[in-house]
Structures are given as structure tokens and as C-alpha cells.
Ligand binder design. Structure first.
Ligand code: SF4
Length: 665
């Protein structure tokens, strides 16, 4: 039976918001490795070597392929690099590697046209293929816009013809932040602008009967990226198209931040059945991207549209104040000036299985105990609730850390200051002994139809802790939120997810999966404005890991900022400095600047556009030369790389945004 929820989204961005259902796209054959349709989600990455370094590029490509990379992208900024792709291809073939190659093109149609005769796929950026960006604000009339489109077609059509003649595929890859002046003047730097930027080129291909297309909508901000992909699918469907999707978060950065940011954006879309190939873009060696991408994609290899795992009673409407294309935080009641409403999402950590005799147990939770002063220092990543279950600590907790106890244990506490009870739904219905401030109640989606839920006394102390044991749990929890919204229930909701892995797996593997899965499941809901708190439960990992993952998810979804953010490009053959070393150097001096976004880009060609909404930019302009930006404005040109970081710090100081590191407590 077709449900209301399915009907509401039909012709929109995905097949179902309650069952897992892959959005089946058109198959595209890229050098024998087919993408789209029912094919597995393909994994790809990009070399970081100089394309003219034939041997280096071959060696790096082989490391990527051996790690599991199914398409290798190589930058071709000009004719000479495009030509050298033939040598790289030959060298790989001589070593027994036939993995399809993709040429990455910006600004240079002649390089694209040459590369399209050599490699299996070309990637163009519609923001700069036919246009040199001048950051001009031109008011295009509809007539002037049409003339522009005709001009683009003239420039772009030869490439399409070459691709058709050679069986070469093409990715039309829009990047937030590098949209053409024409798109900017009509749509602005918005998801709609990103979609239209690609659609202009897609429509030209369509009109020329060329369909070997793959589309991407990348941004370093997962919220913008997810909205843009959804809007792209809805737009394609409305125009009778279903080209496969290449998913990625650009300039995601390195380490934990890069992995979490990528998982939030890519995972949110995979959950809704979108995505045919993924690239996790990290400022690390490209072969390190592959296991991350595989861990994300493998989660869906066996996820079927399992009827028994679907939402029970799925016949509900999409709430009228929810849109998949724009962010609106769900309206919830603010309790105790602490949770819900406009408060930041709260973080809960389970400490019930730890040694509650030692105050140092709280340091991974962000509370550093000084025995000398007998006091705690709080950091920017300090948890808000500690779940202690039935365990009583033998030391005093910090005043601003709330303790959660199972109801029966809470009843027995002598001093209940800062201590709150946690109930099952039934316990809560039956008890007359509640807390005056906050009562947390475990619920799951199926409870919504129960008699107990119908009997719930709603008041301004109630907080739901939403659990799920379903495989397709994100959709299950989202359905819970939608039903609450439709019923006008504004109780704050803490989203809880639990992860348990095979004991035989190495700890690093368990941590990677826990991090990616939590970023997907919790991140997807937060991106849509759902959730007043998160509780990540992964007992096979450490408290420190859970806390930094939880705050990383909140940072990536921009729902709670607790640290500086780095929008660093993954580097490629154009890169003018060692991105990994430079990113670490900048991070070591600035990571205490909570809320500041710093773009670190390897080249001036794409860097300024791709660092999107960074507050400050550090961009390579030549060997040993860096240009510094405030937002999109150039502040200092061609500074020597030895002084560039100090000069950037001076700019931050001039803006009053600098604090000394030791002042941070
Ligand atoms: S910004 Fe970085 S990844 Fe992008 S083209 Fe320049 S060097 Fe390459």
C-alpha cells in the first residue's frame, strides 16, 4: 500500500522516508566499471601528485587502487597535464591496472576536450567551465540570461560531441562557492543556485542525446550539501531524469573532523537511498580515504527495503513546518533554561560502568579535576549530562554537570541537587514521585501508538530520550519526530543511538564504524533541525572517543560550535604547499579559537571559491607564496610562507577575534 509519507515525497527527493529504498538511477558505464542502477556504491578518490610526475602519479594510483579505489581522478589543469594522462594510463596498464581514470578539469575546455579522448571520464565544474569568474554582480534580464546559455552551449557542445564519439563519461560537479556570476546574480550562493548551475549543463547534454552523466553538488557545509543533492534529485525527477549521484563533502579536513563531516553529509543521503559513488575528501594521503568510504558504503550493501524493519503505521503526513530543502529547527519547549527551545543540543555520556571513586574519571568528559584546588575546570567540550544508572559516585560532581539516575535509585538519593531521574514510559505513567525540574523518559517510535503514551501527563519537566533498535533507525527516529510535530507535542527530545560490534574486530575498526555510523544517524536528524540532545552509546569504545565524536557531530552539523573549524582542501596536482603539514601547523596555533572557520587551500585557481564560508583564508598563490583572505576579500597578497601564519594571526587580532591560548580554561 502506498503510504501518505511515500506519496508526499513521490516526485520529490527520495522514494520513501520510512523504508530503505535505493533511488534507482540510470546506469553509466565508465570504462567497464558500471555505476548507478542497482550496482554497488562505487568508491573513488583523487591523486595528490603533480600530474606531470608520471611515475609518482602511477605509484600513488596503484596504492589507491590496491586499497579499493574503483575510479582514480587526476587533475588536468592545462593541455600538458591532459596529454600526460596518456602516459599515466599506459604506465598503469603496463603494471596490470585498468581502473578507469577521470580527468579533473577547471577553466580549460581545450584540456577537457583532449582528456576526453584519453581517459574514461572527465569532471567539469559548471561554475568555471565556460566562465572566468569575475565576482561581478550583473543584473541579467531573462533575454540576457538566454544569450548567456546559448554562449555556454557553444563552448560546451564540442566536449559533449567528443565524449559521445569516444564513449567517455562526464561528471558535472557543482561546488558551493564556485558558482558563475550568472547563477549568483539570479539564485545567490544557495542550494537552488547549485542545482541550477548543474541543470544548465545537464539540459544541454540531454538536448544532445548524451546521457553518460554523473552529477555532484559538493559543499564543505554538510547542511548545504544535503539540501542541494535533495533539490537536485527533485529537479531531475520533475524533468524526467535520473542520472547517478557522486556524493562528497568538499574540503572536509583531516582526522576525526574530516571523517565526521563527510559521514554527516554523505551518510544522511545514503540513508535516504541516494548516492551511486562516494568520495571521502580528506587532507591525508588518498589511500586513507578508501577504508572510510568503504565503511560508509558497506553499511547499505545488505540493507534492503525490509518491511518488518519499517516504521509501523507509516500513514502520516510530512509536518507542514518541515522542508527537506531548508533548515528549520523543530520547535520545542525550553526547560529550565537548559534544554530545548533555543538552547544548544545537549550531550549525554554513560559513565555507569566506570570507576566512580576517582574524580579524574571526568576528564575525558571535559571536566579536569585539580586536587590542589579541589575544583574542576571546564573545557569547550564538556558533557551536560552523565548517566550513572544505579551507581553512586564517592566524590562530588561539578556543579554544572547534571547526573541522571534510574528512577528507583534517584528516589533513594539523600541530596537530589543536580540529579534527575530517568524512567521507562510505564514507570513514568505509574509514579507519583517525579523531579520538579527535569524528568527524562525513554521512548521509541512504536510507543506513539500505545495506551501508555496516550496517558502521558505532559508538563514542562518532561524530556524524551528517543531510542531505536531498527536497522533503518534514522528513518524510524525521524518518523517519531514527524508524528510529534503533527500532534503539536513540543517535548524536547534527546536522540540516543547504541552501537555494538563484533568482538573480533580491532578497536580501530570499531571506532571508525562507531564514528561514521553515529555521524550518519545523529547528524542526519540534526541537519534537519531535529533533536535537542544526543546520546551516543558505544560501550566497546572509550569515553574520550564518544565525547569528541559527539561534539564533532554537533560541530559538523553546525548545531553547537565548540572549536575552530578547518576547511582544508584534500590537495591535488595543483597544490603549492604541503597541505597536511600546513594544516597541522595552522591548527596547532588556532584550534582554541572556538567558532572561527579557516580555509586552507592549495591553489588560487579553485581555493578561494571552494573555501566557501570560511572567515579567514590561507591560499597558495605560487611556490612559497601565500595570499591571505578575510572572508572572500584578499587582505595580503603573496606573503612569504614563513610569515604567512603570523600575518594571518595579525588579521584575526585586528578583527578582535583572537584570544591567547593559555587564557582558555
Ligand atoms: S583547492 Fe586544493 S584540491 Fe582544489 S584544485 Fe586547488 S589545490 Fe587542488
Amino acid at each position: 500500500m502506498e503510504t501518505k509519507a511515500a506519496r508526499a515525497l513521490k516526485g520529490n527527493y527520495c522514494n520513501s522516508i520510512t523504508q530503505y529504498s535505493r533511488f534507482v538511477t540510470r546506469e553509466v558505464n565508465i570504462g567497464g566499471v558500471v555505476m548507478g542502477g542497482e550496482q554497488t556504491i562505487r568508491i573513488q578518490s583523487m591523486t595528490t601528485t603533480d600530474t606531470m610526475d608520471t611515475e609518482g602519479t602511477i605509484a600513488q594510483s596503484i596504492r589507491m587502487i590496491d586499497a579499493g579505489c574503483e575510479y582514480v581522478r587526476i587533475t588536468a589543469p592545462s593541455m600538458k597535464e591532459a596529454q600526460n594522462l596518456a602516459e599515466i594510463k599506459k604506465g598503469l596498464a603496463a603494471k596490470g591496472y585498468s581502473t578507469p581514470l577521470v580527468a579533473d578539469i577547471h577553466f580549460t575546455p581545450n584540456a577537457a576536450e583532449l582528456a576526453a579522448k584519453i581517459v574514461e571520464k572527465v569532471r567539469i565544474n559548471p561554475g568555471n567551465y565556460a566562465d572566468k569568474k569575475k565576482f561581478e554582480e550583473i543584473n541579467y534580464t531573462p533575454e540576457a540570461y538566454e544569450i548567456e546559455l546559448a554562449r555556454i552551449k557553444k563552448k560546451f557542445a564540442p566536449l559533449v560531441e567528443i565524449c559521445k564519439a569516444n564513449g567517455t563519461a562526464m561528471r558535472i560537479g557543482t561546488n558551493h562557492g564556485s558558482l558563475s556570476d550568472r547563477i549568483m546574480s539570479w539564485y545567490g550562493d544557495t542550494p537552488k543556485g547549485m542545482v541550477e548551475s548543474a541543470m544548465e549543463f545537464i539540459r544541454i547534454c540531454h538536448s544532445m542525446n548524451y546521457h553518460q552523466l554523473v552529477i555532484s553538488m559538493k559543499s564543505s557545509n554538510p547542511k548545504v550539501m544535503v539540501q542541494a543533492y535533495r533539490l537536485l534529485v527533485a529537479t531531475m525527477v520533475a524533468e524526467g531524469m535520473n542520472y547517478p549521484l557522486h556524493l562528497g563533502v568538499t574540503e572536509a579536513g583531516d582526522g576525526e573532523d574530516g571523517r565526521i563531516k563527510s559521514a554527516v553529509g554523505i551518510g544522511a543521503l545514503l540513508e535516504d537511498g541516494l548516492g551511486d559513488t562516494i568520495r571521502v575528501s580528506l587532507t591525508e594521503e588518498p589511500e586513507f580515504e578508501i577504508p572510510v568510504a568503504q565503511a560508509l558504503a558497506n553499511r547499505y550493501q545488505n540493507r534492503k527495503s525490509i518491511a518488518e524493519d519499517a516504521v509501523e503505521n507509516p500513514d502520516f503526513d510530512i509536518p507542514k513546518d518541515y522542508s527537506p530543502y531548508e533548515y528549520n529547527k523543530r520547535t520545542s519547549a525550553e526547560l529550565n533554561t537548559f534544554i530545548g527551545g533555543h538552547q544548544v543540543p545537549r550531550v549525554i555520556l554513560d559513565l555507569s560502568k566506570t570507576n566512580l571513586k576517582d574524580p579524574n574519571i571526568l576528564s575525558p568528559a571535559g571536566y579536569i579535576y585539580s586536587a590542589l584546588l579541589d575544583k574542576y575546570n571546564m573545557g569547550d567540550q564538556s558533557i551536560d549530562f552523565a548517566y550513572l544508572g544505579d551507581e553512586l559516585p564517592s566524590f562530588s560532581f561539578p556543579g554544572n554537570l547534571k547526573q541522571l539516575y534510574n528512577h528507583q535509585t534517584w528516589l533513594k538519593l539523600q541530596n537530589k541537587t543536580n540529579c534527575h531521574p530517568l524512567f521507562s514510559l510505564k514507570e513514568y505513567i505509574q509514579t507519583s514521585e517525579k523531579d520538579k525540574a527535569l524528568n527524562l523518559v525513554f521512548v521509541n517510535h512504536d510507543d506513539l501508538d500505545s495506551e501508555d503514551f496516550a496517558a502521558l501527563p505532559f508538563d514542562k519537566t518532561l524530556v524524551f530520550v528517543l531510542e531505536t533498535d531498527k536497522e533503518h533507525g534514522m528513518a524510524n527516529q525521524r518518523a517519531f519526530f514527524f508524528k510529534l510535530m503533527n500532534a503539536g507535542i513540543d517535548v524536547p527530545v534527546i536522540i540516543k543511538r547504541s552501537y555494538q560490534f563484533d568482538e573480533t574486530e580491532a578497536i580501530a575498526e570499531k571506532e571508525l564504524k562507531a564514528q561514521l555510523y553515529a555521524a550518519t544517524d545523529l547528524g542526519a536528524l540534526l541537519l534537519d533541525g531535529l533533536g535537542d540532545g544526543i546520546w551516543m552509546d558505544a560501550p566497546q569504545t572509550s569515553s574520550k572517543f564518544i565525547v569528541s565524536t559527539s561534539f564533532g557531530i554537533l560541530q559538523a552539523t553546525r548545531s553547537r560550535i565548540s572549536k575552530a573549524e578547518y576547511i582544508s582542501c584534500p590537495s591535488c596536482g595543483r597544490t603549492l604547499f604541503d597541505l597536511q603539514v600546513t594544516t597541522q601547523m595552522i591548527r596547532s596555533k588556532t584550534d582554541h579559537l572556538k567558532g572561527i572557520k579557516i580555509g586552507i587551500m592549495g591553489c588560487i585557481v579553485n581555493g578561494p571559491g571552494e573555501m566557501a564560508d570560511a572567515d579567514y583564508g590561507y591560499v597558495g598563490t605560487g611556490p612559497g607564496k601565500i595570499t591571505l583572505y578575510r572572508g572572500k576579500e584578499v587582505i595580503k597578497k603573496n606573503v612569504s610562507s614563513e610569515n604567512a601564519l603570523n600575518e594571518m594571526i595579525d588579521i584575526i587580532k585586528e578583527d578582535g577575534n583572537w584570544i591567547e591560548k593559555e587564557e582558555v580554561n
